[in-house]
Design a protein around this ligand. Structure first.
Ligand code: 13P
Length: 262
């Protein structure tokens, strides 16, 4: 469902999606406690999709904790097969069955520490779509890429290869998270202008792949987004939400970012 919102002085056809990425944080009990508090803080928010990405162990209770509220739950990873002899892995079917709605894919930490390739991430995107959930595909350049003037090229490759063989119809249900690697967990945020420039470049790539559907696709910004800088970033024409690490761990700070997106 597409809603319109005001960005600066322009009406925008995209939803705003504010998602937390807890990474490897929170026990089950801690997850439920945070979500219970968050639900109360954001209960009157309309026109913003609110998502929390939790570790596998907390997902089932997390989904139950937000039942009947405007908060939805994401997984942070998945294996791209529906079942079988893949010891230690979790399938899209399993996530879907417990009520997970989104899956974060291709995070730079997974690309770096677990050597995930664009090809493998592409398999995951397809598997998540096939299971009826929304992929949040993360892309982003490293500092050395930006300094060498390769930002646009690196992001284009990650978008094109991550979304290989995806149709325009399928693309409507895909979220892109632009996360410059040098801004993740470092306290260094891209300036709103710098982020907007890259978001625009990414949307141009999406246009060349999916035509006008690109105008409906949500592109989130991630990398040291916090209550103090969220409004400015979210006011940019092509920034349609955020993927938030550190500042999503506490209900109060995450709720402030949600309110900044309204
Ligand atoms: P930080 O908000 O902690 O910089 O993390 C961003 C991120 O990686 C979200 O996926």
């Amino acid at each position: 469902e597409i809603t319109t919102r005001l960005v600066g002085s322009e009406m925008c056809i995209r939803d705003s999606v504010i998602a937390g990425n807890w990474k490897m944080n929170k026990t089950n009990a801690e997850a439920v406690e945070m979500l219970t508090e968050l639900k109360g803080l954001v209960k009157d928010v309309e026109g913003v999709k609110i998502v929390i990405g939790a570790p596998f162990t907390a997902l089932s209770d997390a989904v139950k904790a937000v039942e009947g509220s405007n908060v939805e739950i994401a997984a942070e990873n998945v294996y791209p097969k529906s079942s079988g002899a893949y010891t230690g892995e979790v399938s899209p079917t399993m996530l879907k069955a417990i009520g997970v709605k989104y899956v974060i894919l291709g995070h730079s930490e997974r690309r770096e520490y677990f050597k995930e390739s664009n090809e493998f991430i592409n398999e995951k995107v397809k598997a998540v779509l096939a299971a009826g959930m929304t992929p949040i595909l993360c892309v982003g350049e490293k500092l050395e890429d930006r300094e060498a003037g390769r930002t646009a090229e690196v992001n284009e490759t990650q978008v094109r290869e991550g979304l290989k063989d995806i149709t325009a119809e399928e693309a409507k249900n895909i979220i892109i998270a632009y996360e410059p690697v040098w801004a993740i967990g470092t306290g260094k945020t891209a300036t709103p202008e710098m982020a907007q420039e890259t978001h625009k470049e990414i949307r141009e790539v999406l246009k060349s792949m999916f035509g006008t559907v690109a105008d409906e696709m949500v592109i989130q910004y991630g990398g040291s987004m916090k209550p103090e800088n969220a409004a400015e970033l979210l006011a940019q024409a092509d920034i349609d939400g955020g993927l938030i690490g550190g500042a999503s761990l506490e209900a109060a700070s995450f709720a402030k970012i949600v309110l900044a997106a309204k």
